[in-house]
Design a protein around this ligand. Structure first.
Ligand code: MG
Length: 240
């Protein structure tokens, strides 16, 4: 049987998040040092603390990832007052640097180019639309992407079925027509499994037999994005 659409997670699936994030934090720090006079280690700790507070308070929503809230919280904790100018400067510097620093994983563009001829391509991602649109644009993915579904748009994050069903609705297809590729077992794999979409986990570390419950098991595990081409060929052959 032929798939009709490929659903991709974005962060840590098509590009590596951590190097871009680290560069962005380093670019933000001189502003922090000037305005707040705290050492880098303390800034990192405060950022993580602010982030985990916002995560907890806004769990399951796109806003839980909004860096403007992290920086606002960090400044309110440190300076005990609201500083709109500094908050926005940190936010803009963070994303300007992050976007410039992102690098696609090996083989992503070539793979998308091939897939685009046969399939609809959808990005399914837990964040605000504004930032994910910027990432897609900056990574040069625009020509290959048909639809984007963010948790901001769906009102709830992966693994909630709403995210996945909204993606299927946008294309006008059924779950068995789609395959989902992502790096997060709890979000991408469980979410796809829960609505009957084939799941592909991209990971260097995990093995299929380490998943005890069926609903957690990815249908396929790959190490690099181009491997998806072979999987799709196999699916085409086997399930006629
Ligand atoms: Mg991810």
């Amino acid at each position: 049987m032929m798939k009709k659409a490929i659903l991709f997670d974005l962060d840590d699936t098509l590009y590596d998040y951590e190097p871009a994030h680290q560069k962005a934090l380093k670019a933000v720090y001189p502003i922090v040092e000037k305005e707040m006079g705290i050492p880098f280690k303390k800034f990192e700790r405060l950022f993580d603390l602010s982030k985990s507070e916002i995560h907890r308070e806004l769990a399951g929503t796109a806003s839980s990832h909004n860096r403007v809230l992290y920086f606002q919280r960090l400044i309110e904790k440190t300076l005990k007052t609201l500083e709109p100018k500094i908050t926005l400067k940190l936010y803009n510097t963070y994303w300007d640097t992050f976007l410039k620093s992102m690098k696609l994983k090996k083989g992503v563009l070539q793979t998308l180019k091939k897939l685009k001829k046969e399939f609809k391509i959808i990005i399914l991602s837990d964040l605000t639309a504004h930032i994910q649109l910027k990432k897609i644009n900056k990574l040069g993915l625009t020509p290959y992407i048909d639809f984007l579904v963010t948790s901001e748009e769906a009102g709830i994050e992966k693994p909630h079925p709403s995210m996945f069903l909204l993606a299927l609705n946008k294309v006008g297809i059924l779950p068995f027509d789609a395959i989902m590729i992502g790096d997060n077992p709890n979000k991408d794999v469980e979410g796809a499994n829960s609505v009957g979409i084939d799941s592909v986990l991209i990971s260097n570390k995990v093995k299929r037999n380490q998943f005890s419950e069926d609903y957690k098991k990815p249908d396929y595990i790959i190490k690099e994005i181009p491997e998806i081409l072979r999987i799709l060929e196999d699916i085409k052959k086997v399930k006629k």
